[in-house]
Write a protein that binds this ligand. Sequence first.
Ligand SMILES: *Cc1c(COP(=O)(O)O)cnc(C)c1O
Length: 383
Amino acid sequence: MSTSQVTTLTGLSAAELPAAAELAARFPLTSNPAPASDADVDTVMGSLSFGVAFTDHMVRARWTPARGWHEHRTESFGPLTLSPAAAVLHYGQEIFEGLKAYRHADGSVWTFRPGFNAARFNASARRLAMPELPEEDFVASLAALTAVDARWVPSVPGSSLYLRPFMIATEPFLGVRSAHELEYLLIASPVGPYFTHGFQPVSIWVAQDYHRVGPGGMGAAKTGGNYAASLLPQQEAYDKGFEQVCFLDAATGTHLEELGGMNVFVVDADGTVRTPALTGTILEGGTRAAILQLLRDAGRTVREETIELATLLEEIRSGEVAETFACGTAAVITPIGRLAGEGFDVTVADGRPGAVTTELYTTLTDIQYGRREDPHSWMYRLV
Ligand SMILES: *Cc1c(COP(=O)(O)O)cnc(C)c1O
């Protein structure tokens, strides 16, 4: 097992966590009295898309300064009762995470590096002046929900149960300060592949007029506000015929940062792999960290550094750059086949998935679905 540090987020590793059955008890269950019928579940499983169907239950806990975290529970999925004055609705004090539960061939259910996501959730919480949730409680919530809603974990290849932990400021107060009442929630959604056309290269529009984050902003936190900033550029790119947007750094507008919800990588023809360094304006992806580790395991040269757009375009045109791809939990690894913006439009690797991209995708998904050894103890058994 390698001990090299490839992430700045040092959460509990799967090997250090108590068993899921033990942790799940931290969020006592009140069963949904009217769960979906087996036929309804079958219908959902028969046509999986991303984030449209939800399981029977959700997990919750409340926080106040006086009591800390309390009222940990698992209950029916359903609408929230929220004051219209709740701070989250006005000032966007919200953070979230995204993980997946994968069904293995023997029927067991596993998740990928939950300690990493727990640590990142708390890093986001600190940036938004919100209370931290103990890492074990974060993992306990995943255990509690997947235990009660295990029948919602799909077994179709490439599918999974998407887990969405989030925290919101519920205090009814219009003054501007960190809220004194917050809530942690976890919901889950059975999902098929993020991009409906599967492992096919996507086209990227490079935004030059918009930025999603700036120096000193919230770029390193997983928070709704960053996504809100990406929606208009995303919509304009879509109208131009592109699937995703890549953002440049706000300070100089010259180097690549990431997509709205995915990190980016460049593979040189000589086999070197590069990704933008974590400068505080990029979200540190768990997929990014895992890819860096897998590449180092394979003995490849990996560099986290500034990637200038102008230089990259030259290198793509000359063939010095052989592949580009994006990565994140939802879409796993997605080849980028075309990169365009004001005044340029280049095709990468003839618009086909590259060899390194394909191999990384296979290795990572094989580990996640239990088809290959897990040398770093990334997988944690939920059910
Ligand atoms: C969630 C997210 C990613 C990907 O992170 P993973 O842990 O790999 O899912 C990348 N960029 C942004 C902005 C994100 O919100």
